[in-house]
Design a binder for this molecule. Structure first.
Ligand code: HEM
Ligand code: 2DC
Length: 530
């Protein structure tokens, strides 16, 4: 007989008391460890209430399958209230990340075609490959400058720049030039704002942002400042609006993308003008300043122009111009989702790459194995990158393995659309069910020897049924998945072809929860040319 919902084990009776205990355990930063502990205490299903946030937690792949089958036509995950509260506060539209229901679906269907369908890969690969090559060139330069034939560093800032450069080159079809020596302070500001935005979100998962706003709490103020920085792209964009005319913007369409040519164009020999040109377009699109009317006119001109250009040259113009030309989403909807893609595209892939390099440094033999696979794939594919990407299963396994041990998302969640039965408990429709992704990845009942980093486990024929869920599942899965996977695969290809990665001493690095899971301390790696 099926047991009723109220008999599910766990602490769900006193949300406030649980929040207090959670806080005492430093739960804001230890959510992943607390979840592991709870599964140990209560078994494969438990119910919980912390603050205002109530859920049923599960850990088994088979149970995840049941949940995802009950996600309904409009899958909905946990509402991150801090994010919606900011948009409501500043009167900005929700993008695909925050929309729900039919509005979400109609936007997502259109975005899917431009961002995640297999056919866009051939457009993305050349753009992302170029960024990968530039990254490697930059590391070679750093090594040369060190005078020691190696470079020992915390790569996270470099990887943030790599990720921002990659995602923006795909979204805008333009390079920012972040692989150059001169770092535009505004790009750095954008990167810092994303990190701050994530960090300030986690307390607000448990304490309502509306309340924090009323009492003028610092987390709320920081959160607003962070999103403002993300949406406005710095502070000076409106002055730029006055400086840069429409002509400059049109001119930018004809400027080549490669950083070297941009350097040649720039009197100061840095990437400044390049970034400005990019910012002009950015500010037209993302700023709700007094010039909105004229911005709209400019946008119409952009895509009239783009239509002409692509008609003759058929060069891929990037996701944003493609969406503008497609003319199926409103400009407001496009702006909202493109901003989310930009914000979602930096910390996620860069941290996953950092963890991967860390694991390769800890496993030198595996690193050589991967290098051999890449070399063979390079030889077989004769310069065709799309072909090459189909010949690197172990590299892909390594990325899956990284996300198993170091997932970006500590959990996946759905409000189920119909009643289900899990572990013989009845769970009514409308309940928030969370799959503990971090806990599942380290559960010996799910993965054989979970503590070992074994990319080859993903090649074997053993069942992977609902085990590879780093990007979520189904129609609501990560929209940036193709970009992320391609960007990370190309990065590893180029790194493995050029450098050996080493680690200083034996140091075990744990995760800390700042909405996404991050390394709790800096990871110091050494790169040596082969
Ligand atoms: C959603 C993981 C990179 C944009 C998600 C979700 C996960 C995830 C777990 C929730 C999926 C679900 O509920 O089923 C990751 C990981 C990444 C990554 C592990 C890299 C290693 C990116 C990148 C972008 C991005 C590069 C943007 C270019 C988004 C967006 C959503 C999302 C927009 C919301 C989609 C929707 O609600 O329809 N991601 N992500 N992510 N991600 Fe990612
Ligand atoms: C955080 O308990 C822990 O991909 C919460 O690119 C449940 C939860 C809900 C939504 C998850 C979030 C967690 C982690 C970060 C995710 C987010 C959905 C999308 C987001 C997984 C697991 C992320 C990083 C997006 C971010 C895009 C953005 C900020 C514009």
């Amino acid at each position: 007989i099926v047991r009723p919902f109220r008999e599910i084990p766990g602490l769900w009776k006193n949300g406030a008391a649980n929040l207090y205990n959670f806080w005492k355990l430093d739960g804001f930063r230890n959510l992943h460890h607390i979840m592991v502990q709870n599964f140990k205490t209560f078994g494969p299903i438990y119910r919980e209430k912390i603050g205002y946030y109530e859920s049923v937690n599960i850990i088994n792949p088979e149970d995840a399958a049941i949940v995802f089958k009950a996600e309904g036509h409009y899958p909905k995950r946990l509402k991150v209230e801090a994010w919606t509260a900011y948009r409501d506060y500043r009167n900005r539209k929700y993008g695909v990340l925050l929309k729900n229901g039919e509005d979400w679906r109609s936007n997502r269907v259109i975005l899917n075609k431009e961002v995640i369908s297999p056919k866009v890969l051939e457009n993305f690969v050349p753009l992302l490959d170029e960024v990968g090559q530039d990254f490697v060139a930059r590391v070679h330069k750093k090594i040369k400058r060190s005078g020691q034939n190696k470079w020992t560093t915390d790569l996270s800032q470099e990887l943030f720049k790599y990720a921002l450069e990659s995602v923006s080159s795909v979204l805008y079809g333009e390079r920012l030039g972040l692989m150059l020596d001169y770092i535009d302070p505004e790009a750095q500001h954008f990167i810092n704002c994303i990190t701050l935005m994530f960090k300030t979100t986690s307390p607000m998962l448990y304490i309502p942002p509306g309340l924090l706003r009323q009492i003028g709490a610092k987390v709320w103020r920081d959160h607003v400042e962070a999103w403002d920085g993300i949406f406005n792209q710095g502070r000076t964009q409106s002055t730029r609006m006055n400086f840069y005319s429409f002509d400059v913007m049109m001119f930018s369409r004809f400027i080549s993308r490669t950083p070297n040519e941009i350097i040649a164009l720039s009197p100061e020999n840095n990437n400044f003008p390049f970034f400005h040109l990019y910012c002009v377009r950015w500010s037209f699109l993302f700023q709700s300043h007094p010039f909105v009317a004229s911005a709209d006119r400019c946008i119409q001109n952009i895509y009239r122009q783009l239509r002409q250009e692509t008609g003759t040259q058929k060069k891929y113009p990037g996701v944003l111009p493609s969406l503008l030309m497609l003319d199926k989403l409103s400009i407001e909807d496009i702006k909202a989702s493109i901003t989310e893609l930009m914000a979602g595209g930096v910390d996620t892939t860069s941290i996953t790459l950092l963890w991967t390099l860390y694991e390769l440094a800890r496993h030198p033999n595996l690193q050589e194995e991967l290098r051999a696979e890449v070399a063979a794939a390079r030889a077989e594919s004769q310069g065709d990158m799309l072909k090459m990407l189909k010949r690197i299963p172990l590299v892909k396994g390594a990325l899956k393995e990284t996300l198993r041990l170091h997932p970006v998302a500590v959990s996946l969640q759905r409000y189920i659309a119909e009643d289900i039965i899990i572990q013989n408990y009845h769970i009514p429709a409308g309940t928030l069910v969370q799959l503990g992704l971090y806990a599942m990845g380290r559960d010996p009942k799910v993965f054989f020897r979970p503590e070992q980093y074994l990319p080859s486990r993903w090649l074997r024929t053993e069942t992977h049924y609902f085990k590879s869920l780093g990007f979520g599942f189904g129609p609501r899965q990560c929209l940036g998945r193709r970009i992320a996977e391609t960007e990370m695969q190309l990065f590893l290809i180029h790194m493995l072809e050029n450098f050996r990665v080493e680690k200083q001493r034996y140091v075990e690095v744990q995760s800390t929860f700042e909405l996404i899971l991050l390394p709790e301390k800096p990871i110091i790696l050494t790169l040596k040319p082969l």
